[in-house]
Write a protein that binds this ligand. Structure first.
Ligand code: C2O
Length: 535
């Protein structure tokens, strides 16, 4: 195993898109930021130096960080932010993971421009469990705003309403030629007839679940969230914010130029799509004057495609890559996801939108929760997050008009080391139904079941897939439905659990799990590094 070292200089750079330039926060002046390359088993050391006027931190999304939450990165959860003109070294080992993951700033909306891919190759001499690609390409999907993102968020919060959505989607930071002034901001990938390519696709968008496809080509899905899957072929993939998907593409169509395209899947509110990003899949030797074709993507409200696509995702579950699904459950949790209201004296109407799990809107602490847990500090959080909502109701029935005010607190679930946990995440119709990509830090989990409507504890568990369910770190809970996930709590520490739509996270749709230390010496949270940023 090797040690890979990276220097990340966080700085403000002028970037021009959609006909005008604006200052954005970047890493090393690049947008998207640099890709981290490593192999399974490597140690990675990244020195993050913050030269921007914002406090910030970086999260290595999907890396398990065994007993080493200090390197996980979410601000106020596992560390305090890196202040302007300070540095912090993220030092971690990549154990038992290989595939595509990504990194992003983890404070407020800064990840709008501060993100990049992580490529973990299998160990030397270990082949992929699918045909060897001739070449690989990282494709990071994102969003672009005309305005200053932090300003838009502040505005939205002051009004108590959702802020403006982005003005364009992007592929590797570029919106593509369907937008004004974007001819030169078009990503192109050159391919050779007869060869096969592995595309490593990351959804780094703040708020949109996305469809992606290539005109004239099918894709074979082989991996999601850095876990191999049973291969299946599809004309389009669906990818939620936080998720990654690897596909194989065979360049076996008539040599030409083809659009790769990205557009949102948003089943509520009624979809409007004027943000389709495109990039070019270009056969070698074809002149740039040939006009590419657009792929046929599912329509923005195609829930049928979404459900059937998600149902095809299965863990590979081979001899070398078994799916170790917990069959027996020690701890059963049921979290309702709701949109409600909070009192806001400075807002129009005196209220603002808030979001909650089990009717609790999470209040961000002033001290890192992992430090508080590690050193037994009192008064930072309470380990009393309820295992169930306060009362059962018809979760997805007509919107409730009763009391929509949420309660507030920094309340966490305490989980015994090595216990097996089942968590059912249930969407509700308190204000409206919406889909939510939930991400758990420090773990992968198995998505053993999913459905629309209300979860039925008497019937639904009998339909769980306990053989080869998809294993991932972010699950798209369907609009007006539920997902059941299982994991073994074998990674001690404090692990953030939140909706990966930045809008919803900002409204409080988050909590954290405190997984207790195990009996073994290496089963306890390690001592914090010396340069851990102080609060
Ligand atoms: Cu990719 Cu806590 O996030």
């Amino acid at each position: 195993a090797a040690t890979k070292k990276y220097q990340f200089d966080v700085q403000v750079s002028n970037v021009s898109r959609l006909c005008h330039a604006k200052p954005i926060v970047t890493v090393n002046g690049r947008f998207p930021g640099p890709t981290i390359y490593a192999r399974e088993g490597d140690r990675v050391i990244i020195n993050v130096s913050n030269h921007a006027q914002y406090n910030m931190s970086i999260h290595w999304h999907g890396l398990k960080q065994y007993a080493n939450g200090w390197a996980d990165g979410p601000a106020y959860i596992t560390q305090c932010p890196i202040k302007t003109e300070s540095s912090y070294v993220y030092d971690f080992n990549i154990t038992g993971q290989r595939g595509t993951l990504w990194w992003h700033a983890h404070i407020f909306w800064l990840r709008a421009t501060v993100y990049g891919a992580i490529v973990i190759l299998p160990q030397q001499q270990t082949p992929y469990p699918f045909p060897k690609p001739d070449n690989e390409q990282v494709l990071v999907l994102g969003e672009w705003w005309h305005g200053d993102v932090e300003e838009i968020v502040k505005q939205g919060n002051a009004m108590g309403l959702p802020p403006n959505m982005s003005d364009a989607h992007t592929i590797n930071g570029k919106p593509g030629p369907l937008f004004p002034c974007s001819e030169k901001h078009t990503f192109a990938m050159e391919v050779e007839s007869g060869k096969k390519y592995l595309l490593r696709i990351v959804n780094a968008a703040l708020n949109d679940e996305l469809f992606f496809g290539i005109a004239g080509h099918n894709m074979t899905v082989v991996e999601i969230d850095a876990v191999y899957t049973k291969p299946f072929t599809t004309p389009a993939i669906l990818i939620a914010p936080g998720q990654t998907t690897n596909v194989l593409v065979y360049a076996n169509s008539a040599p030409g130029r083809y659009f790769m395209a990205v557009r949102p899947f948003q089943d509520v509110p009624i979809p409007v799509d004027n943000k389709t990003a495109t990039a070019i899949f270009q056969y070698k030797g074809i002149p740039n004057t040939v006009l590419p074709l657009l792929p046929q993507l599912p329509s923005p409200n195609d829930t049928t495609f979404a459900l059937s696509y998600n149902n095809k995702l299965r863990s590979l579950n081979s001899r070398n890559f078994p799916a170790n699904v917990p069959l027996k459950v020690d701890r059963k949790l049921f979290f309702t996801v709701g949109l409600g209201k909070s009192v806001c004296p400075t807002c129009i109407n005196g209220t603002r939108l808030s979001a909650s799990l089990n009717n609790i809107t999470f209040v961000m602490p002033q001290t890192g929760l992992l430090q508080a847990h590690y050193s037994n500090m009192k008064g930072v959080f309470t380990p009393d997050f309820p295992d169930k909502p306060p009362k059962a109701f018809n979760y997805t029935g007509a919107p409730l008009t009763a009391n929509l005010f949420t309660s507030h607190g920094t309340r966490l679930s305490k989980i015994a080391f090595n216990s097996t946990v089942e968590l059912v995440i249930q969407d509700t119709n308190l204000l409206s139904v919406e889909s939510h990509p939930f991400h758990l830090h420090g773990y992968n989990f198995f998505v053993v079941g999913t459905g629309v409507g209300n979860f039925d504890p008497a019937k639904d568990p009998s339909k769980y897939n306990l053989v080869d369910p998809p294993e991932r770190n972010t699950v798209g809970v369907p609009t007006g439905g539920w997902s059941a996930i299982r994991f073994r709590a074998d990674n001690p520490g404090v692990w953030f659990f939140h909706c990966h739509l930045e809008l919803h996270t900002g409204w409080g749709l988050k909590t954290a799990f405190v997984v207790e230390d195990g009996p073994g010496k290496d089963q306890a949270v390690r001592p914090p590094p010396k340069d851990l940023p102080p609060c």
